[in-house]
Design a protein around this ligand. Structure first.
Ligand SMILES: [Zn+2]
Length: 217
C-alpha cells in the first residue's frame, strides 16, 4: 500500500480528496480508508505503522516579473546576473527563438559553423514549451526544466545560494533591507502613502534593516 506523505498532513481533506487524483492510492485503498473514516476512524489510529514518505523535492520555479527574476517567489538581486556572479541567466524562450531567427538570417557564408550551432539551439528551444529557461552566459547551453529538471534545480539552488550570500553582505552593510513577509532582500521603494516599504508586498511593517538613517525620533 502506498501513501503520499501529504495524506497525513491533510487528514480532513483526505476524506474528500481521496477519490480525486490528489493522492496516489488505488481505488480499493481509498474506498477502505473512506469507509473507516466515515465510521469515525482516525487516520493515525487506523494506520499506526504508517511512515510518511519523505517529501519529494518540489522543484524550483523560475519567473520574471516587473520587479525582476524570481526563483520560488524569492526575488534575485539584479547584480547577480548583471555582474555575472553566476554562470547562467534567465532567458525568455520565445524571445530567444525570435533572435535566433534574426541572427541565422544575418549569418554570412563565412560563419557556417556559428549558423549550424544557432540552428541547433533553435531546434532545441522550439521543441520545448517552458516560458523561461536558463542560458549559459559563456556557451550556447540552455537548461530547461521540462528537459533536465535535475540540472535546472541545481542551477536554481546555486543562484539562490549566491543571492543570499551576496544580499546578506549588502544587508549587513546597510545597503539592502530585508522583507520578512516576502523572505527577500529588497531596496525599499516609496509606497506613495508617505512611507517606504517592500516593492513586492507593498508593506512597510515587515522591513528589517541595518540602515542607520540618523533620523531623530
Ligand atoms: Zn515584502
Amino acid at each position: 500500500m502506498f501513501f503520499h506523505s501529504r495524506v497525513l498532513k491533510m487528514e480532513i481533506e483526505l476524506y474528500t480528496n481521496l477519490q480525486s487524483h490528489t493522492f496516489e492510492v488505488d481505488k480499493e485503498t481509498s474506498d477502505f480508508i473512506k469507509s473507516q473514516l466515515e465510521q469515525g476512524g482516525k487516520f493515525d489510529v487506523l494506520f499506526p505503522d504508517f511512515e510518511p514518505k519523505e517529501d519529494e523535492q518540489e522543484g524550483y520555479t523560475l519567473e520574471i516579473k516587473s520587479e525582476g527574476v524570481y526563483i520560488n517567489d524569492i526575488l534575485i538581486n539584479e547584480d547577480i546576473f548583471q555582474e555575472e556572479l553566476v554562470d547562467y541567466k534567465p532567458c525568455d524562450r520565445e524571445d530567444e527563438i525570435d533572435m535566433l531567427f534574426t541572427w541565422i538570417s544575418e549569418c554570412g557564408s563565412d560563419r557556417q559553423s556559428d549558423k549550424e550551432l544557432m540552428i541547433e539551439d533553435l531546434r532545441y528551444l522550439q521543441g520545448l514549451n517552458d516560458e523561461w529557461v536558463w542560458s549559459n552566459i559563456s556557451t550556447n547551453e540552455f537548461i530547461a526544466k521540462s528537459d533536465d529538471e535535475e540540472r535546472f534545480n541545481e542551477i536554481c539552488e546555486e543562484i539562490l545560494e549566491k543571492n543570499s550570500e551576496y544580499c546578506g553582505e549588502l544587508y549587513e552593510k546597510g545597503k539592502l533591507d530585508y522583507c520578512s513577509n516576502c523572505d527577500t532582500y529588497i531596496n525599499q521603494i516609496d509606497l506613495g502613502n508617505g512611507s517606504f516599504g517592500c516593492p513586492i508586498c507593498k508593506r512597510d511593517d515587515c522591513i528589517e534593516t541595518k540602515y542607520d538613517s540618523g533620523k531623530e525620533e
